[in-house]
Ligand binder design. Structure first.
Ligand code: FAD
Ligand code: NAD
Length: 396
């Protein structure tokens, strides 16, 4: 038929917002829209530090895609993308092939290991429902093992590599969880160590120094040890090697040292930097007028020429802009330029504590924690309205 085919890869922040906008803006039979995702649920990545530490149920961090999209307007395909073939305008799935006129790539990032030996094999990552279930179970298992081999105090050392926002939010939760686990397994809390290792001269490099100091203070009081200005050089089955060859023994290494783009994009032949595509002002891959790239796979530069950090906030805005441009393309109308508008950054430090910058002001403590909750609820509202807020929202 002559109806344009739109294929959206990935139901993350970018893919979901694009789908929601398209189903609202497109007229009947104006386009065929297909959304492809590995799982039949969308996961709320910004929530994953909690189920990873075991302070919340993973169910609260995922939503069935059928509850979000209107399946009369968008075809949902649960499958894994294995190859993107822009030259043929086709996407190869593990169990089929899709052809497209317009392609939207929102497959999310992958952990960046910078080629550090052993990290890929021995460290865990906070990136999906399945990966955080593994971390949670693994941590509990270390307590159970310790009870059988009480000389192995390394079972109770938990290493978090990287003090970016992911690492900081996770250790905040982990520090809250440890006293519970100690009680449950009758373990002396003084035997447990949480070590956050950061290569840069400060935690949260680039963030407001006063808030960074506040965060470190809160976390240290909860028992976290920071090793700042210390790079992880290797990860082994027995722990990590840092700095000039010092070994830290641990059975649990969580790597939060950074994100890169999805390897499928490089493999498709797009020009990338750390796996990401420097998109044009309309969010398209250079040289491919019909391919849009969103979220952790896109690189957007600020007016000073530095790339913005990839965030859910940006992926959502890009989804809205992308949907607008798809509709405009189909209707032969002019495309809209994408400009990132920062609403601020708020990061949790565990129960009742957070730091943030929003509306040009700094926040810390209870109010910041409340702000973080409000942002989470707002997201649930945007994608699923009041019913989703009531089902998945946490109000306290
Ligand atoms: P994602 O949300 O990662 O979604 C990608 C989707 O593609 C997933 O559904 C995945 O299953 C699917 N997929 C992947 N590969 C395939 C395949 N081969 N085939 C089919 N489907 C596939 N950002 C903020 O702005 N604020 C925050 O508070 C915040 N907190 C965070 C907390 C944590 C613990 C983490 C890890 C990140 C946080 N971020 C935050 C960053 C934010 O989560 C990411 O920038 C955002 O998720 C990127 O969205 P995306 O649409 O690019 O991809
Ligand atoms: P990141 O790249 O922001 O931080 C990684 C950290 O690891 C850096 O501080 C880096 O110096 C450190 N590191 C790198 N190599 C190292 C090594 N060998 N040894 C020790 N430390 C090393 O990654 P992230 O924290 O996963 O964040 C990814 C994106 O998601 C960012 O854009 C971030 O802003 C966003 N995010 C936002 C929030 C929030 O707003 N609340 C929460 C989580 C993530």
């Amino acid at each position: 038929s002559s109806i344009p085919k739109i294929v959206i890869l990935g139901a993350g922040y970018g893919g979901v917002l694009t789908s929601l906008r398209l189903q609202k803006e497109l007229n009947y039979n104006e386009a065929d829209v297909t959304l492809v995702n590995k799982h039949d649920y969308h996961y709320i990545t910004t929530h994953l530090h909690m189920p990873a530490a075991g302070t919340d149920n993973p169910e609260n961090a995922r939503v069935n895609i059928s509850k979000l999209i209107d399946e009369f307007k968008i075809d949902f395909v649960k499958s894994t993308v294995v190859q993107i073939r822009p030259q043929d305008r086709k996407v190869i799935l593990e169990d089929g092939t899709l052809s497209y006129d317009y392609l939207i790539i929102g497959l999310g990032g992958e952990p960046e290991t910078f080629g550090i030996p052993g990290l890929g094999e021995h460290a865990m990552n906070i990136r999906s429902i399945n990966s955080v279930r593994l971390i949670r179970e693994h941590i509990e298992y270390q307590f159970a093992r310790f009870k059988r081999e009480p000389h192995r105090t390394d079972y109770l050392t938990f290493i978090v590599g990287g003090a970016g926002f992911t690492g900081i939010e996770f250790i905040g939760e982990l520090a809250d969880r440890i006293p519970e686990l100690c009680k449950q397994f009758d373990v002396d809390t003084s035997l447990v160590k949480i070590i956050n290792i950061e290569a840069a001269p400060t935690a949260l490099p680039g963030f407001d120094p006063e808030l960074v100091e506040y965060a470190m203070d809160v976390l240290q009081k909860k028992g976290v040890t920071f090793r700042i200005g210390t790079a992880i050089k290797e990860c082994t089955p027995d722990g990590v090697v840092v700095g000039e060859g010092e070994e830290i023994k641990s059975q649990t290494v969580i790597w939060t040292g950074g994100v890169r783009g999805n390897r499928l994009i490089e493999e498709a032949g797009f020009e990338t930097m750390r796996g990401r595509v420097k998109v044009d002002e309309f969010l398209r891959a250079p040289g491919h007028e019909n391919v849009y790239i969103l979220g952790d796979n896109s690189l957007v530069f600020n007016p000073e020429g530095r790339p913005y950090p990839p965030t859910a906030q940006m992926a959502m805005q890009q989804g809205v802009n992308c949907a607008h441009n798809l509709v405009a393309s189909i209707r032969n109308q002019p495309l809209k330029t994408y400009t990132y508008v920062s609403k601020g950054t708020v990061a949790s430090l565990g129960k009742g504590e957070a730091i943030g910058v929003a509306f040009g002001k700094k926040y810390k403590g209870r109010f910041a924690a409340w702000l973080k909750k409000a942002i989470d609820l707002r997201y649930l509202f945007i994608i699923g309205g009041i019913p989703l807020v009531l089902r998945k929202g946490k109000f306290l």
